[in-house]
Design a protein around this ligand. Structure first.
Ligand code: HMG
Ligand code: MG
Length: 312
């Protein structure tokens, strides 16, 4: 057991986008920039910073252009942002992005609620967007959401993920992240979906994106990395959720993933102490505690060491 773990896993940090899109409090642009700059100093090499979507749909990320133009771009760190269409791509390019991510769902109803289009029309819109992005030298990632279950339709056919991966690869997306948008997946389902996908799509082109609504995300990640996946999406502190997926809660916490993998001998290159400092900052900005288990343990340990009582 665990003899097939990859030596190294890349953490794809989504808190500034997936995390902040789901917060009630609107975070000032200066604070978002400070958080992203702090994340750039943790050893992370991929950070999704915002979304160039309709601000009426996601008001929390209405300052995408300002965020993208004001962050410090650290050499060796890749910065990406969601774009749903040509208009989003144009804004992203103007704001200096050199990587973007397109997104669609494996279930019709979530896709319609999230981007106001059928899956087929969304793929048609990508045909206008992705080749233009590639021709301008951008890297394009893709998400398939609701792979393991839909908040509106329930069960999703496990064959859908592979069908959509094929279409997205044909378009030229360098990596496809398979999303458990509402955190319903279990390790057996993950093995089923990934064995279909990895039989056709080479491992570096497949990433996993688990929300931790029901506490199964780390188990699902362990199965994924054992099967050879070496890019794992996660969000600082366990922030996150899709406003168009009722009941979806946070992503798996970056601290928890980094701790588990590093303790198992898998290198992530991420400094846990610096991540905890970032989580503390994020907690102050969003105005609530972080769900991350590792964060709580680390804060408790720091307080014991300083002779202060632990938080309740
Ligand atoms: P629509 O209303 O159908 O768009 O929205 P439209 O083309 O008919 O245009 C209507 C208006 O939107 C126009 O403005 C456009 O200019 C504007 P108006 O003339 O009315 O003033 N518009 C835009 N404005 C700014 N940026 C744009 C843009 N496009 C159109 N790019 C649209 C369609 C896709 C835009 C909308 O549905 C939308 O913005 N959806 C975003 C939803 C979203 O961001 N969801 C969360 C991210 S997905 C997620 O969290 C899942 C993930 O984490 C993986 C997982 O967990 O599984 C990735
Ligand atoms: Mg998500």
């Amino acid at each position: 057991m665990f003899d097939r773990l990859p030596p190294k896993v890349t953490i794809y940090e989504v808190a500034p986008r997936d995390g902040l899109q789901n917060e009630k409090r609107l975070i000032p642009t200066d604070d978002k920039v400070a958080l992203i700059d702090a994340l750039s100093d943790t050893g992370l090499t991929s950070i999704e910073i915002t979304s160039f979507v309709n601000p009426k749909w996601i008001p929390q990320l209405a300052d995408a252009v300002e965020v993208a133009t004001r962050i410090k771009r650290v050499p060796g760190v890749g910065y990406s942002a969601l774009v749903p269409n040509r208009q989003g791509l144009e804004s992203a390019v103007k704001a200096g992005m050199n990587e973007v991510a397109v997104f669609l769902s494996a279930s019709e109803t979530h896709n319609k609620k999230n981007v106001n289009k059928t899956i087929a029309d969304t793929l048609k819109a990508f045909e206008e967007t992705v080749p233009i992005a590639l021709a301008q030298g951008l890297k394009v990632r893709a998400y398939v959401s609701t792979v393991y279950g839909c908040p509106y339709e329930g069960a999703v056919d496990p064959a859908r993920a592979l069908e959509l991966c094929r279409a997205l690869r044909t378009l030229g997306c360098y990596q496809i992240s398979l999303g458990d948008t509402i955190g319903v997946a279990n390790p057996r389902q993950v093995r089923d979906v990934l064995s279909r996908v990895l039989a056709e799509i080479p491992e570096p082109s497949v990433a996993v994106h688990f929300h931790d609504t029901r506490g199964t995300a780390l188990a699902n990640i362990l199965v994924s990395v054992e099967m050879g996946v070496s890019t794992v999406d996660s969000a600082l502190g366990g922030l996150g959720g899709c406003p168009y997926a009722p009941g979806a809660s946070g992503n798996v916490a970056t601290e928890d993933v980094v701790y588990m993998l590093e303790e198992m001998g898998v290198t992530t290159g991420v400094n846990l102490d610096r991540l905890i400092d970032c989580s503390r900052l994020a907690s102050t900005l969003v105005g609530h505690e972080m769900p991350s288990k590792y964060y709580r343990a680390a804060v408790g340990a720091r307080q014991r060491a300083a002779g202060r009582p632990e938080p309740a």
